[in-house]
Design a protein around this ligand. Structure first.
Ligand code: AMP
Length: 198
């Protein structure tokens, strides 16, 4: 299996870069943000809880988020060649849980791709996405909260995964294709896995 975390601040391009990555490496995409938005769209109980955090730019509590991820892995990813985790983990306890969840399935995390983008560009990208897609949390006030939360709770994972020897920094500015090439080459070099499609 090949399990990769796409890591980066909100607006750093995790969703965009996931698309080609799953195609070319034959992986399964799990975006925890998408899983939660799907619950909100369907009006489930979980969706109501998730909405109360997402609309304020806050993180869903770890224990709930970890249970959701365990469930998705069980139901959707069991027979896959590997997973691209997009938006998970976002805290140290989530990173510890991911290790456990993969271990109990007899596998491991192979690489953490860190998309690094300056803050001004992140804000601009999210405001544009908000205009284009109507995504509710892409408004200036919530964006500011999300960036604050990122710095306080998520950014420490950069050091955590650097210490584990898994962190691969990637310049997240430039064209989508250029960034993708750097990601794909980085994965090939650090994990030995090759793109099945080029
Ligand atoms: P995203 O689509 O990854 O930007 O996530 C949108 C929102 O969903 C975040 O701002 C959080 O409120 C929530 N969310 C997504 N993934 C997680 C996670 N791993 N832990 C906690 N909250 C999350």
């Amino acid at each position: 299996m090949l399990n990769v975390v796409l890591f980066g601040a909100p607006g750093s391009g995790k969703g965009t870069q996931s698309e080609k990555l799953i195609d070319e490496f034959g992986l399964y995409h799990i975006s925890t943000g998408e899983v939660l938005r799907d619950h909100i769209r369907r009006g489930t109980e979980l969706g109501k809880i998730a909405d109360s955090y997402i609309s304020r730019g806050q993180l869903i509590p770890d224990d709930l988020m970890i249970r959701i991820l365990d469930d998705v892995l069980e139901k959707e990813a069991a027979d896959k060649k590997g997973v691209v985790f997009d938006g998970f983990p976002r805290t140290i306890p989530q990173a510890e849980a991911l290790k456990e969840l993969l271990l109990k399935r007899g596998t491991d995390l192979h690489a953490v791709i860190g998309l690094e983008v300056p803050e001004e560009e992140l804000v601009e990208r999210m405001l544009n996405r908000g205009k284009q897609t109507g995504r509710a949390d892409d408004n200036l006030e919530t964006i500011k909260n999300r960036l604050q939360v990122y710095h306080n709770q998520t950014h420490p994972l950069r050091e955590y995964y650097t210490n584990e020897g898994k962190y691969l920094p990637i310049n997240g500015t430039g064209s989508v294709d250029e960034i993708y090439d750097n990601i794909a080459n980085g994965i090939e070099k650090s994990t030995g896995h090759k793109r099945t499609v080029k």
